[in-house]
Design a protein around this ligand. Structure first.
Ligand SMILES: Nc1ncnc2c1ncn2[C@@H]1O[C@H](COP(=O)(O)OP(=O)(O)OP(=O)(O)O)[C@@H](O)[C@H]1O
Ligand SMILES: [Mg+2]
Length: 664
């Protein structure tokens, strides 16, 4: 009975230990189980006063980072190995300094005896070492070679030590660079595949900051912190052990103050945790401000907003600097305190030396190696005091990176996709409702477009025309109902397959900062030169391209700034012409053109629309008079539907629009 209770209690403990953890609180949260090693890490972290929630995040963070280092583990471990050897060789350096100093000044070296007479508790370490070291006497002064070998011992060990240090830094940084490059690329590709809905909510500056700046912080932790976490404790242990074995009393006196150092490390570690995330956020705000003010510079100038945006930038920078200074303080104060404690330790040693009888005073060689090891111990101790804070900083940055990586696409790809043949297929909106957030945008849309027909969408601004086109491209999924092509629900086909079969001229012309040729070619990558020229001709773009000194090789500038609105639109049309897809979506495709060019481009578009199912959105009714179906939208509902003549005679909204535009 008792054993049953025991088992139950321990089973509960076991379950708790393996409790399911979640990262993030969004829909992307994925459960996983805490492995054994994580429980061990848990205990170590508890020692540093990390509360359980933070411990959980810390393990999660290290686990995620490690997954990216894993492909480069060989060089990474080799780097750590070099770091370990570097730590050990520091002890060798100490020993060689002692040997050289004693042989030069005293004529013989007592290192072997020193090690043999080390305190009992250090014997397991000191005895095997003593066995390796012979009792040494200085060679005669005439034996130049022997003296060169003895004195050359220090630079030779120094050389090996520094080569190891270089290799350790190089190899761990090599792995870190590659791991971070992978994180960046994965993040970038992941973002490319997220839905338009995600980009509507996200801010460009924040995304850029996460890919560039936040991942940069991770570089520091993998390349520096992980390596230092291995190398520095080894260096410290080796040096302290060597000193304990050879200068027991001096060492014990000097390290008595060291445990006190843990206090500032823990206190400032807590402070850094709070500020680190704020630093990354302010940095993202700054990137965002820069991005918006540079891309929207025309408006800033036109409305004299220069001072306003500068003031905004100044205020954010101030907040950033404030938080950053807290991080710097938290990093620097403990490490400076370490030096103070170190100096206190050394002064205690002096007190000891002054107060002991002359005979018991340490020898010069003892004192020299003691001081040297204090000097050598400082850098690793200092970097270890920063380690705690650096991990917190990196965790704050990594949270922002992994949050994005865990974000799921709200437009899921079907598990078993169906093939889509848009050619000769009807296009149907079936009882479609759609919301942006809580705001109803489309209600009960029922529309059937036969293969090869042209459907025109008209209606007031904001009535939902572009949204219907966006549903057809599956930029969003309907809330209720379905959009089907050839009877296949768009949710059942691969988005790439769907979008391959639709050519779009969007309401807002988007050009990339590249050549005119490249901007057209994006319609169909790998298109031949004559096909690009043909598409440009169809879109009536060739005339203005020919006027540019560099023709098709003209760089259009960011978002096409060096072109007029109408010229940009013609390039967008050329791109759609080149794509030659069975479905065509024209959202105000000719709105920026003058009447004459519009007529010419329209003629080309009419030609293009032949035998293609076309979704044409227009405010100017002249372009859609001959459409097979005209759909009138009003506040997200279809209020009228039919051919031009029918609608004009019906006397509804369409007739009013028509009268307004053609009354004169
Ligand atoms: N990304 C978005 N987030 C939230 N609401 C949006 C978003 N895009 C559009 N809307 C809203 O949805 C409604 C329909 O927008 P839509 O772009 O479809 O209008 P439209 O008929 O194309 O107008 P226009 O003729 O001005 O282009 C509008 O009220 C708009 O405010
Ligand atoms: Mg629109």
């Amino acid at each position: 009975m008792a054993s049953k209770t025991w088992r139950r209690r321990h089973a509960a403990k076991f379950r708790n230990a393996y409790a399911t953890l979640h990262f993030g609180d969004g829909p992307a949260a994925r459960p996983y189980r805490t492995p054994h090693s994580a429980l061990r890490t848990n205990k170590i972290l508890a020692f540093f006063g990390l509360p359980p929630k933070n411990r959980r995040y810390m393990i999660d963070f290290l686990r995620k980072i490690w997954a990216f280092v894993w492909p480069y583990r060989r060089r990474f471990f080799l780097g750590l190995l070099c770091g370990t050897a570097y730590g050990v060789i520091n002890g060798l350096l100490m020993a060689s300094v002692r040997i050289v100093v004693q042989l030069v000044f005293e004529g013989e070296c007592d290192l072997r005896e020193k090690l043999e007479h080390a305190p009992h508790w250090i014997h397991p370490l000191s005895e095997p070492l003593a066995a390796l070291i012979p009792t040494m006497h200085a060679p005669p002064i005439s034996n130049h070679l022997a003296w060169i070998l003895i004195i050359g011992l220090i630079p030779a060990i120094m050389l090996v030590r520094n080569i190891l240090q270089y290799l350790s830094i190089y190899l761990t940084n090599w792995s870190a660079m590659h791991a971070v490059a992978d994180i960046r690329t994965k993040l970038f590709s992941h973002l490319q595949n997220l839905s338009l809905g995600f980009f509507n909510r996200a801010s460009t500056g924040d995304l850029i900051a996460r890919i560039t700046n936040d991942t940069q912080v991770l570089l520091g932790i993998i390349g520096g912190t992980f390596a230092s976490a291995v190398k520095d404790p080894i260096t410290i242990v080796v040096l302290v052990t060597y000193q304990l074995a050879t200068n027991t009393t001096l060492t014990l006196i000097s390290i008595v103050v060291f445990p006190v150092c843990i206090v500032p490390i823990v206190i400032y570690g807590r402070k850094v945790r709070k500020s680190a995330r704020a630093v990354q956020q302010h940095n993202a705000e700054l990137t965002n401000l820069m991005h918006e003010s540079f891309t929207g510079n025309r408006v800033i100038k036109a409305y004299n907003l220069e001072e306003t945006v500068s003031a905004q930038f100044r205020a954010t920078t101030k907040k950033y600097v404030g938080q950053m200074m807290r991080v710097i303080r938290a990093n620097e104060i403990p490490s400076q305190l370490m030096e103070l404690f170190g100096a206190l330790g050394v002064s205690m040693v002096f007190f000891y030396v002054v107060n002991v009888p002359k005979l018991q005073q340490p020898k010069e060689a003892d004192f020299l190696t003691f001081v040297l090891s204090v000097v050598l111990i400082y850098p690793p101790v200092k970097s270890l005091t920063r380690l705690h804070n650096q991990i917190h900083q990196a965790r704050a940055a990594s949270e922002r990176v992994f949050e994005l990586l865990a974000m799921k696409n709200s437009i899921p790809e079907p598990v078993a996709p169906k093939m889509l043949h848009a050619d000769q297929a009807d296009l149907v909106f079936e009882n479609v409702d759609f919301n942006f957030g809580d705001k109803p945008v489309l209600r009960n849309i029922n529309l059937k477009v036969k293969a090869g027909q042209m459907v025109a969408l008209v209606g007031a601004s904001g009535s939902g025309k572009t949204t219907m086109a966006n549903l057809l491209l599956r930029f969003y999924d309907p809330l209720r109902g379905a959009v089907k092509i050839g009877g296949v629900d768009l949710r059942e086909v691969r988005t790439a397959d769907l979008r391959n079969q639709i050519a779009v001229v969007a309401q807002e012309t988007i050009l990339f900062n590249d050549t005119i040729r490249r901007n057209i070619e994006l319609g169909r990558l790998g298109a031949r030169e004559d096909e690009v020229v043909m598409a440009a001709t169809h879109a009536h773009a060739l005339e203005f391209i020919a006027q540019k000194p560099q023709g098709l090789d003209t760089i259009v500038g960011e978002k096409g700034v060096s072109l007029s609105g109408g010229q940009r639109q013609r390039l967008a049309i050329a791109r759609a012409v080149l794509k030659n897809a069975p479905i065509l979506v024209l959202d105000e495709a000719t709105s920026a053109l003058d009447t004459e060019s519009e007529r010419a481009v329209q003629a080309a578009l009419d030609e293009l629309m032949k035998d293609r199912t076309t979704f044409c959105i227009a405010h100017r009714l002249s372009t859609i008079l001959h459409a097979d179906v005209i759909v009138v939208l009003d506040q997200g509902r279809i209020v009228e539907q039919g051919r031009h003549d029918e609608l004009v005679n019906r006397g509804g909204i369409y007739q009013k629009l028509y009268d307004l535009q053609f009354a004169s």
